[in-house]
Design a protein around this ligand. Structure first.
Ligand code: HEC
Length: 153
């Protein structure tokens, strides 16, 4: 009898204090914290939401651009002090107005001017088409820049 009532008392205590406290006390805090985090997310300058959604081929083109080309041609293909702006080059009035002329530069490079060939960069030709489509998209204004989202296939 005594054991039973002790156990009952323990349950009663638990309900009153120790077990009830964790579930009821912190409730107001997480809801306000979540709201603050949610409203802060879009203004995070390091993780802006993607503006463009592209297919897998184009997404890989963007990735390869970031790996091989951005160091000379700049973020978003906007150029640097060393490499020309490819948004202009592949744009409506640019020098690289066709897919063929683009592939030609990529295959042979312009060694004397500082543009390496794809082979020299270690860029696999399976990515040529995606790279071209990504840069042509930047040139035409279809792609706004930044990290694109990859469409669900
Ligand atoms: C080591 C630096 C460097 C890297 C890496 C590089 N480029 Fe270049 N690229 C240049 C330079 C410099 C030129 C300008 C050559 C000239 O004056 O004709 C150029 C020119 C070009 C042109 C011709 C632009 C025009 O208007 O005539 C294209 C297209 C191009 N690069 C694409 C790429 C792509 C795509 C990649 C990545 C796969 C890449 N480049 C990587 C330096 C680089």
């Amino acid at each position: 009898m005594q054991v039973r009532s002790l156990a009952g008392f323990a349950t009663y205590l638990c309900a009153l204090a120790a077990c009830a406290a964790p579930s009821s006390a912190p409730q107001p805090t997480p809801s306000t914290a979540t709201a603050a985090a949610a409203s802060a997310a879009p203004s995070d300058p390091y993780h802006p939401p993607p503006r463009d959604t592209v297919d897998a081929e184009m997404y890989n083109g963007w990735k390869q651009y970031s790996i091989h080309c951005a160091r000379c041609h700049g973020d978003d293909a906007l150029g640097s002090s060393f490499g020309p702006n490819l948004v202009k080059s592949l744009g409506p009035t640019g020098e690289i107005s066709t897919r063929e002329s683009f592939l030609d530069v990529l295959r042979t490079g312009r060694k004397k001017e500082g543009m390496p060939s794809a082979a020299k960069m270690g860029l696999d030709s399976v990515y040529f088409e995606g790279l071209y489509r990504y840069l042509a998209g930047r040139g035409s204004g279809q792609l706004k820049g930044g990290r694109p989202a990859r469409a669900e296939q």
